[in-house]
Ligand binder design. Structure first.
Ligand SMILES: O=P(O)(O)OC[C@@H](O)[C@@H](O)c1c[nH]c2ccccc12
Length: 388
């Protein structure tokens, strides 16, 4: 009997890291219960051969793998229906014993990521599942109970914009990127953060991805503990709610959610979690379709328009203007959403261009982090000292 009980409550889907059952996205939950239910009634072939109607340990493990794979495929399907090209996991094919409906669709799919964003997401999936095992959600929640309150990220951007009439600056602590390689050899995150703050940044962005951006959660934590007052954005590739809790513990005041990676249901759900934890969510879009999806989601305060296409690395700052024209711009103003112009901003003319397009904030990495004094890099970017 034990086997069956543990199968019914077995972990293994990403929504495992969900705070309370009544907040779970019903679609996945229902589907996953259907799948469990089906297996409950039909023990696997191996279990039948072994002469018992109750599954053995290996059968349970198989069944968990099947379930994980099925949920992954469902996520890919929902995402694709929303125009999301990034697949959450490699289509490695059904696990052993699988006799489900999707197997035919997989025959011609390769297991090579189609672009860098997909590669990052697949790597992140493995990384996060390992981290979750070491630090389960419950232990994170306990730490959060005693964490200091977050700082007002959106308020800091609004205040800077009101004070200067210029877009509030989110200055990025960025050592490297897959498209540009190493940006700064002599990289001291705390020193850079202090220089940014002194130079007039309203907020900071700290990259935490290790493999592709040479960042870390230690950098985020160190900057938070060094007495820097600017609110901090955790720049991560979020695919699982667990990462939001982790970012909160490591000192984040805001977190990035990328619409090219996350289906609407995930964005809605993660925004609720952010609110619960006192974090701001910067929801990033790159094209009209993503912008329209995000404008249909309630409760969004901050939208980032990335001028860099994360699939091809092409940068074009007119993207910001394009996405703010016409009805979209009107809707954004009506909803009082702050738009952040992201990537590829190097000169005062670039800043003026996105400001005229309607952004109230900018997110800048490369052009300022490369300067020997990143604080002075800020005056160079704006064409004047904005620290006063
Ligand atoms: O260095 P730049 O071109 O100024 O870009 C900064 C920031 O916009 C960029 O790092 C960024 C925007 N969105 C992202 C998503 C993931 C990683 C990085 C990013």
């Amino acid at each position: 009997m034990e086997g069956l009980v543990s199968m019914k409550t077995a972990p293994g889907i990403s929504f495992q890291s969900i705070p309370s059952p009544n907040q779970r996205p019903n679609f996945f939950l229902r589907r996953s219960m259907d799948l469990q239910h089906r297996r409950f009634h039909f023990p696997s072939i191996r279990a039948q051969q072994s002469g018992t109607i109750f599954p053995r340990k290996e059968d349970e493990e198989d069944s968990l793998k099947v379930k994980e794979w099925e949920v992954g495929m469902l996520q890919n399907e929902v995402a694709a229906s929303q125009g999301i090209r990034i697949r959450r996991r490699p289509p490695s094919g059904p696990p052993l014993h699988y006799v489900g409906p999707f197997e035919f669709r997989l025959q011609n799919e390769g297991n090579t990521p189609r672009n860098i964003l997909e590669e990052i997401v697949w790597h992140k999936d493995v990384e996060v599942s390992q981290m979750k095992e070491k630090k389960p959600l419950l232990s994170l929640k306990k730490v959060i109970e005693n964490s200091p309150p977050t700082r007002d990220f959106v308020g800091a951007l609004k205040a800077a914009h009101l004070q200067t009439g210029l877009p509030g600056l989110i200055a990025e602590v960025k050592k490297a990127s897959p498209s540009r390689g190493i940006l700064r050899e002599n990289f001291d995150p705390v020193e850079i953060a202090r220089a940014y703050e002194k130079g007039g940044a309203a907020c900071l962005s700290v990259l935490t991805d290790e493999k592709y951006f040479k960042g870390s959660f230690e950098n985020l934590e160190a900057i938070r503990n060094a007495g820097v007052k600017c609110p901090l954005l955790c720049k991560e590739f979020v695919i699982d709610a667990w990462q939001i809790y982790y970012a909160r513990i490591k000192g984040a005041d805001a977190i990035l959610l990328i619409a090219a990676v996350l289906p609407d249901l995930d964005i809605r759900y993660m925004i609720k979690i952010c609110k619960m934890l006192g974090l701001a969510a910067l929801v990033e879009v790159h094209d009209e379709r993503e912008m329209d999806r995000v404008l249909g989601i309630e409760g969004i305060e901050l939208i980032g328009i990335n001028n860099r296409n994360l699939e091809t690395f092409e940068v074009d700052i007119s993207n910001t203007k394009k996405l703010l024209e016409g009805e979209r711009g009107q809707m954004i103003r009506k909803k009082d959403i702050i738009v952040v112009g992201e990537s590829g901003l190097f000169t005062p003319d670039d800043v003026a261009y996105v400001r005229e397009a309607g952004v109230k904030a900018v997110l800048v990495g490369e052009s300022i982090v490369k300067q020997s004094d990143p604080g002075k890099g800020i005056s160079g970017l704006f064409g004047k000292d904005i620290s006063l």
